[in-house]
Design a protein. Structure first.
Length: 326
């Protein structure tokens, strides 16, 4: 660990982490943490030593010029802290970086060492995967934990996933082994429009994080970006009859599956979020639902230069798009 500044004294800290790579379809999770860092003006206080965890032929450093001097930025994971104001102020420790290439256990131990030193009370890890979900419906968010008591208290699912995992799953299990409460929030990103960014999925993750931590997150232009993204995908899908037909099939499957749940708890969450926003003035290759690698379904070979969704496989044995990944 390379400490860039002194470790701050924090109030009721929660660690919120996201990692680029296999766990981050559409860059939805890493963009969510970047949004928190930007909106609350996070202050970086530590970074992991890139030499220990990254293969620079996989994640290459970048060269840039600053004040006439050439410098190199190395791929790594950085920790910053932000203070959330209000009647009950608290601090968030934001962890943002790239899924490491090696030494995952040491990587997690370093992060948890800082969590212990800072008095972190809960670790929330954000992720996104590719799934059979239509872009026209609300983004499915699943909250999972390995802690049965935490699942009951926070209305989460106990993870039952078995299969390949990424750093999100490894970090969550590392938290469990040392007794740190940990939660993973996963957004399902439509596999037929997987290229980043996906502001709709990012927005859904932030809304769920608000509910989980009972705080108000300034969203800035993100809601408008999410609406514009959906309109753009609507237009692209409409240009291909097979894609439009496939989307309609996903919509029907999703609506049928969720019909019994279209009330109660979901409506209550939306109402609580509305009250929070009304009463508080604003301050200044991926994982799939099946657990394997997911490729991009977009192509950029249109002579007009516009990216269009590729023709998806004919619907047949679609799996449920709510992930059990831990």
């Amino acid at each position: 660990m390379i400490e860039l500044e002194g470790v701050p004294e924090l109030i009721d800290p929660v660690m919120v982490a996201a990692f680029e790579g296999w766990n981050d379809a559409g860059d939805a999770a890493s963009t969510a943490v970047a949004h928190l860092d930007r909106e609350w003006k996070g202050e970086v206080f530590a970074a992991l030593d890139a030499e220990d965890y990254y293969d620079f032929q996989v994640n290459r450093p970048t060269v840039f010029t600053e004040g006439g001097v050439r410098k190199i930025t190395w791929p790594t994971t950085r920790l910053s802290v932000v203070r959330v104001g209000g009647a009950k102020p608290r601090d968030l420790v934001l962890v943002r970086g790239i899924e490491p290439s090696m030494r995952w256990r040491s990587f997690c131990n370093e992060l948890l060492g800082f969590a212990h030193e800072l008095g972190v009370e809960l670790v929330v890890i954000l992720g996104a995967l590719l799934g059979d979900t239509p872009h026209t419906r609300p983004v499915p968010i699943s909250g999972t934990t390995s802690d049965a008591d935490l699942a009951r208290r926070m209305g989460l699912e106990e993870t039952k996933y078995e299969g390949p995992t990424g750093i999100v799953g490894v970090l969550q299990e590392a938290c469990t082994h040392v007794g740190v409460p940990a939660v993973s929030l996963w957004a399902a990103v439509p596999h037929y429009v997987s290229q980043p960014p996906n502001p709709k999925a990012t927005l859904a993750l932030l809304n769920r994080l608000e509910d989980l931590l009972d705080l108000r997150i300034p969203l800035g232009e993100l809601p408008e970006d999410a609406r514009a993204w959906q309109v753009g995908v609507d237009q692209l899908a409409a240009e291909d009859s097979e894609v439009a037909e496939y989307v309609q099939t996903l919509e029907e499957a999703r609506d049928t599956a969720e019909l019994p749940e279209a009330s109660g708890e979901a409506i209550a969450r939306e109402f609580e979020r509305y009250l929070r926003r009304r009463d508080v003035s604003p301050p200044g290759g991926h994982a799939t639902a099946e657990g394997g690698e997911g490729g991009s379904y977009l192509r950029g070979d249109n002579p007009s230069g516009r990216t269009r969704p590729s023709k998806p496989p004919r619907p047949g044995n679609e799996d449920e798009d709510s992930p059990d990944e831990d």
